[in-house]
Design a protein around this ligand. Structure first.
Ligand SMILES: C[S@@+](CC[C@H](N)C(=O)[O-])C[C@H]1O[C@@H](n2cnc3c(N)ncnc32)[C@H](O)[C@@H]1O
Length: 261
């Protein structure tokens, strides 16, 4: 039996829009991913595991010809319901295709760019999925992968704090999923070396960008939430700049590469 995530529950991903650092992380991750895909008129772009379809719509609004591929009927229905009327009002609409990432129903080299954001850790066959993304991308095109880093600085600090609490202070373990635990609907716990190794089998990497630092650490989330807006944004931007220089510590890593032929 194949076990896959076909019922996405946002509460187990990153709680979008609930805190300032979450909003910042999600926006930056999207900006960097779509920036590397470079949507523009005349370009063909595939969004693998397009979910609710918001990124496919944004790229279509830039004039690109966009296909959103998604196996979940539930997710695709959401995308059609919410994205299509919006798209239709503002410009070209993405084409929605029902497809698994490891068996993409497209010809070799038919896309200028392929993006896969926040999804590869949900795939049961991630290596085959990357091979497929490389196959359908032109030889000078780019595959762009945005992946949560479970060895980020935030994960390391949260793990150390829990060890201290539970070991030295003999407190009982906290209830619920810990910051550094992989959600139940993930198949792979990614960190930078694994990302590079897996992507590098099928892609010649041209960019490895760290995005955001310290996301979700309770003390940081609370502090940045209470600061005046301009100061909070300045600090979030500074940490993001540090993450860019040290992707191994970043909350999310965005990798881009051309297909290995
Ligand atoms: C967390 S969502 C990310 C959606 C979107 N890319 C975004 O950034 O909002 C993960 C998506 O992966 C899809 N998915 C899970 N397993 C898959 C597979 N093997 N192939 C393709 N998509 C899959 C799910 O249906 C879900 O829509």
């Amino acid at each position: 039996m194949r076990v896959v995530d076909l019922d996405r529950d946002m509460s187990d991903v990153i709680p979008t829009g609930t805190t300032r650092d979450s909003e910042y992380l999600f926006q930056r991750m999207t900006d960097v991913t779509l920036g590397l895909a470079a949507p523009a008129p005349g370009r063909r772009i595939l969004d693998v595991a397009s979910g609710f379809g918001q990124d496919a719509v944004a790229m279509a609004e830039s004039g690109a010809e966009v296909v959103g591929a998604e196996p979940s009927q539930r997710m695709s229905a959401w995308a059609r319901l919410h994205a299509d009327p919006k798209s239709a009002a503002t410009g070209p609409t993405p084409r929605w295709v029902r497809a698994w990432s490891d068996a993409l129903p497209f010809a070799d080299g038919c896309f200028d760019a392929v993006v896969c954001k926040g999804a590869i850790d949900h795939f049961d066959r991630p290596d085959t999925a990357i091979a497929e993304m490389a196959r359908v991308t032109r030889s000078d095109g780019h595959v762009v992968l945005a992946i949560a880093n479970f060895d980020s600085l935030a994960c390391r600090l949260a793990r150390s704090a829990d060890r201290l609490r539970e070991g030295l202070l003999r407190r009982p373990p906290r209830r619920g999923r810990r910051h550094y635990d992989v959600p139940a609907d993930h198949f792979t716990r990614y960190e930078l070396d694994l990302m590079r190794e897996q992507a590098g089998r099928h892609l010649k990497l041209t960019a490895v960008r760290g995005v955001s630092l310290a996301w979700g650490l309770p003390v940081w989330t609370r502090s940045v939430g209470h600061l005046p807006g301009f100061l909070a944004q300045g600090l979030l931007r500074s940490l993001d700049a540090a993450a860019r220089r040290a992707p191994g510590l970043a909350d999310v890593v965005v990798l881009a590469g051309t297909p290995v032929v």
